[in-house]
Ligand binder design. Sequence first.
Ligand code: KQY
Length: 369
Amino acid sequence: MSKTLDSTPQADGFRMPAEFEPHKGCWMLWPERGDTWRMGAKPAQAAFIKVAGAISAFEPVTVGASRGQWENARHALPESVRVVEISSNDAWMRDVGPTVVVDNRGTIRGVDWRFNAWGGLDGGLYFPWDRDSLVAAKVLEIEGADRYRAPLVMEGGSFHADGQGTLITTRECLLNRNRNPHLAQEQIEALLKAYLNVHKVVWLDQGVVMDETDGHVDNLCCFVKPGEVLLTWTDDPDDPQYEISRQALETLSAATDARGRPLVVHKIHQPDPMAISAAECEGLDAGETAKPRLAGDRLAASYVNFYIANGGIVMPLFDDAHDRTAMDLLVRLFPDRQVVGVQSREILLGGGNIHCITQQIPMGEYRSR
Ligand code: KQY
């Protein structure tokens, strides 16, 4: 049985590895809710199948599906993918899954954040979220990993770590009054240090325009290696994303990481601004328990929302004029990995992308240092 521990990863000598460190595997959830995913979630399921299939060429993938959808998911997903029964309120494993930390002896443990569906009753995206709240514990039980229960409302997409003591996040999300209104920035930073064992937190102001997660950093900026970050960018000064990315560039360029290195910032041009269409909205189930989606609403499309697998990158494509240059840049930044693109508009329509629907389980590796 997976034990729940009273201590912290920092106190116990565990740290969060970077996503580019070796993985034991990847977890996802199966999409089915009709007010997030149009047409009974069939087009989204097709996109999730492509993502799971692409990642499983690099590392083992497990997909959690509900009792009602398990047979369908099992039938539809490639044989290489393991399908287990896990109930959830939606399919955002990055945010409801555990953040797995490692020690030097090869042990893995998981951090289980408090989840409130991106803001609870103050701007959150759906109600209830009781099944989501149990996903991390269930994954850790199956992985045989003990669990830290972190006293912070936040999600896995709200931070990125370099594995060497540095974390990036946004104030828009972690300081939002709908997450931890009783905690000041310094107190949140202290908890991030204790639960992820980092020593330096780089705070960016805002995430991508119209990102319904309140500005998750995983849609804006990520580490490509220690000391180097990739930032979503636009050359169009009339686009509201311009000022957000410009400010982030200023902050990142002035920052040093936990080891005192200045950060090298690579820019990746965003796809052209895109919006949800009337036809796409019509395919959604009506209801009062989820945030309504309106025709014309801008979608928070970003190439930064990719997954780093063992030997591979699985990146979103949008059938956009910038797809090719974005892919070429990732090929250049990750010379030892094969870059695979997946058309991901159907995932984007649900409010996130490939990074948001995946969660890596790092390899517990023995290190003699
Ligand atoms: O960005 C993410 N990490 C998740 C997106 C959730 C959107 C819910 N509709």
